[in-house]
Each structure stands twice: as structure tokens, then as C-alpha cells.
Design a protein around this ligand. Structure first.
Ligand code: ATP
Ligand code: MG
Length: 414
């Protein structure tokens, strides 16, 4: 991708009141654009990052038997009434809808237990139909009271929501552990250290649920955790005496909830009469679990964790491009050399993984932009490197650059 052709540019202008670091850096870099409080556009650069996050999530969801589907966002009132969730604070309710159907009020999807349970009724009737698991990656809507944390808390945001269906508690418990394993892999691959943290089940269950919490000052939660034994509890359920058989110190810190897993039990299967016939011919309620991750919040969390005074430092797994090739100076010789390197590099790592800054702009502007955009590897071609017969190579995370021959550079990407 040639940078001169990019739909966006970097900017110094921030919308008023945008104080969170993730939003500031993402807006300056041209990854996102703010539409209104808690509502953002994913610009081409941001969407590239988000799609890489989603790809990792999809792989790990598929690996535990999740099948991807896509549910509606426009959800009729009757679904929410059936579970008793029409009156929640976060739901956006539509007006009257189509004139001839004025009873058809809708709530925008803020979570999908109701819809998936109603769907499952069509396909689950016997113990032979279980277990099953399905997920989607979809825009959710929530009337959040204070969306002040950039894409960490949106009124419109992306969620991966997986739902599982089981004959009994034991099978749910087993799958729940598998889901926790998959989540650990996901966050590990995305460069995030997420602590599996006990939290309240709210209206769903008296048991603990588990949140995946990334320690960071931008977080809105407080957790109490031990680095020695892995103990971690959300403030809302914390009992110091629960930390047993370990001499490690319990520390406290702010954290961002990037995901969570819930044992729903039979709450929704009972509300929607989702039953199966067991081996003896008796009717039983299906036992369910639900498992969420917020890919947009994950993206914001990565920015909160990986940044410095100059900009973002994307982990390789989610970087918008693998390589940033920057041409400095405007002599025809430099441009010819940079063009040649661009073509070869594209052949090596794929055209779509190279951002080629061939703009006519000052060296200062181009290098500042490169730091802001945070692509893990920067290659500079200039009069100086041309004279040396080399290329300047710098990792975004390294303070120093070094000169390498193109052959050596190519080896790095093999
Ligand atoms: P929180 O406690 O932060 O309000 P939640 O417990 O309501 O979130 P869930 O309903 O379980 O969250 O949603 C699953 C995941 O979706 C969360 O773990 C989080 O990653 C993401 N998420 C939830 N609300 C938002 C939001 N307003 N903006 C961005 N991501 C969100
Ligand atoms: Mg929560």
C-alpha cells in the first residue's frame, strides 16, 4: 500500500474532551474517527488491526468447536420480555417501527442470549443434538452512561459472543474450562497478559464467573491478585481469606476487562423452553454457557499497553502492516531504489503487508508519522543508505537503527 494513496492522514487535531490515550493515539494516527460520544468509525488502518484481532479469535473459537453465525441486531421486544430484560438501562429501544406494525418495537442487540436460545429451539430436541457451540463477531449497542475511555467503552462496539449448549452441568463445566484455555491462547497471541479473575455472576448465577483482566491504569475495574499462585478476584467479590496455601503477596491494581465467561445454567433455556429428551425419554432443560470478548476493547487495550511518547508500538500479530518502508529525499535514484525494494519486499511478505511511504514530505514528518503509526519494522531508503549500499533497519521497539544489506533484510522476513 502506497502511503500517498491512503484514505487517511495523520492529524494533530483531537476532538474536544477526548482524554483517553487509546483514542488520542488512534485518532492522531488515522486508525479511528469519532462520530459521537462512544461511537467511532474504524478507518482503513484501524480495520486492518481489528480484522487481525478477529482472525486470532476466530481460529481459537473454531478450535474448540465454535461455529460462526451472524444474528440480527434488530431484536423484537417480545424476545427481551420473555427473559425479563426489556427494562435494562443499557438497551436502545426503537420508536414505533413500521407504521402498519406499530406494536413491533425493537431493542438493539446488546447481548444475544435471547436470540440464540430461540434459534437453538429449532435444532436441539434430543440428547443426541448436544453439545453444540456457536459464536458471532458483531456490533453491539449499549447506552453506556459514561463512555469516556475511547474504544475501551463504546456505545457501539464489536463483541465476539460464543454460546454453548449442554445436557448437564458436568458437560458445561468441562466446556467452560476449554473456553478458558482458548481465551488464554487468544490473549497470549495478541500480546496481552490477562489474569483469569473471579467476579460476580450478577443476575445469572450465585457462582463466580471469570473475567480476563489486563492490569492497566486505564482500566475501570479494581482487582486483587497474587503473582505467585495466580489468585485474582474482582473488587466486587474480593475476600482476603480466599487467598490460601500461598505466601505470595496480594497486590491491587486497576485493570481492563477484555473478556469474560459465564455459566448461564438454565436461566434462558427455561425462559424460552429450550428442552431436550434424555436417554430415558424425559424432558430436560438445556444447560448453557456464554463467553464474550470485545475486539474493539482489545484493540484499545493493546494501545494502552503498547505506546510511548511518540506513538503506538503494535505487537506483530495485530500490526496494520508488517513493514513500513520509508523513502527519504526526492532524488530519482533514491525513488528508483525504494521502488525496487518495495516491489521485492511485496513479493516476499505480500503487497498488503507493506506500507510504502513514498510521499513528498520532510524527513521529520515521515519519521514522526512512522513512530505514531507503530508498524513493528521500519526500513529507510535515503541518499545516505544508497551511498552505503545498505538499508536502514529499525524495530519500533528498539531505540537504535542499524544498516543492513537488502539480502540481510530479506533473510529477516523469510
Ligand atoms: P463491563 O463490565 O466493562 O461493562 P460487561 O461485564 O458488561 O463489561 P459483557 O456484557 O460480558 O461485559 O461483554 C463481553 C465483553 O464485551 C467484555 O468483556 C468486554 O470485552 C466487551 N465490552 C462490554 N461492554 C463494552 C463496551 N461498552 N465497549 C467495548 N467493549 C465492551
Ligand atoms: Mg463486567
Amino acid at each position: 500500500m502506497r502511503q500517498s494513496e491512503l484514505f487517511t492522514k495523520t492529524t494533530k487535531n483531537l476532538p474536544e474532551g477526548e482524554e483517553s490515550k487509546n483514542a488520542q493515539l488512534l485518532i492522531k494516527g488515522g486508525f479511528i474517527n469519532k462520530s459521537s460520544a462512544g461511537v467511532y468509525t474504524m478507518l482503513p488502518l484501524g480495520l486492518r488491526v481489528l480484522e487481525k484481532v478477529n482472525a486470532v479469535i476466530r481460529e481459537e473459537m473454531n478450535a474448540i468447536g465454535g461455529q460462526e453465525l451472524l444474528m440480527p441486531t434488530l431484536i423484537q421486544k417480545k424476545y427481551w420480555e420473555q427473559s425479563g430484560r426489556w427494562d435494562v438501562d443499557v438497551i436502545y429501544r426503537t420508536g414505533e417501527g413500521v407504521k402498519t406494525e406499530k406494536d413491533f418495537q425493537y431493542g438493539l442487540g446488546w447481548t444475544h442470549e435471547e436470540v440464540i436460545t430461540a434459534i437453538a429451539k429449532h435444532f436441539i430436541s434430543s440428547y443426541k443434538d448436544l453439545p453444540k457451540a456457536a459464536y458471532q463477531i458483531q456490533t453491539k449497542f449499549r447506552a453506556e452512561a459514561r463512555p469516556q475511555a475511547g474504544i475501551l467503552r463504546g456505545r457501539e462496539f464489536l463483541m465476539k459472543d460464543l454460546y454453548s449448549f449442554h445436557t448437564d452441568r458436568a458437560d458445561l463445566d468441562d466446556y467452560y474450562q476449554k473456553a478458558i484455555g482458548a481465551y488464554k491462547k487468544i490473549f497470549g497471541r495478541l500480546g496481552l497478559q490477562a489474569l483469569v479473575t473471579e467476579a460476580s455472576g450478577g443476575a445469572f448465577t450465585k457462582e463466580y464467573t471469570h473475567e480476563f483482566q489486563v492490569l492497566n491504569p486505564a482500566g475501570e475495574d479494581t482487582i486483587h491478585y497474587c503473582e505467585t499462585c495466580g489468585f485474582s478476584q474482582n473488587q466486587e467479590v474480593y475476600k482476603p481469606e480466599a487467598h490460601v496455601n500461598c505466601d505470595g503477596e496480594v497486590k491491587s491494581g486497576r485493570a481492563i476487562e477484555v473478556g469474560n465467561v459465564f455459566k448461564l445454567g438454565t436461566k434462558f433455556s427455561e425462559a424460552f423452553e429450550l428442552r431436550y429428551t434424555d436417554a430415558s425419554g424425559a424432558k430436560q432443560p438445556v444447560v448453557m454457557g456464554s463467553y464474550g470478548i470485545g475486539p474493539t476493547r482489545v484493540m484499545g487495550t493493546i494501545v494502552e499497553v503498547y505506546n510511548d511518547a511518540k506513538g503506538i508500538l503494535w505487537p506483530e500479530a495485530v500490526a496494520p502492516f508488517r513493514v513500513h518502508l520509508v523513502m527519504l529525499g526526492e532524488s530519482p535514484e533514491v525513488r528508483a531504489e525504494a521502488d525496487k525494494i518495495h516491489a521485492e519486499l511485496s513479493g516476499l511478505v505480500g503487497e498488503s503487508e507493506v506500507l510504502y511511504d513514498e510521499r513528498n514530505a520532510s524527513a521529520g514528518e515521515k519519521l514522526n508519522d512512522a513512530d505514531l503509526l507503530g508498524i513493528p519494522m521500519r526500513l529507510v531508503v535515503s541518499e545516505k543508505t544508497l551511498a552505503a549500499g545498505k538499508i536502514e533497519v529499525k524495530k519500533r521497539s528498539d531505540p537504535k537503527a542499524e544498516l543492513m544489506t537488502f539480502a540481510e533484510v530479506k533473510k529477516m522476513f523469510k
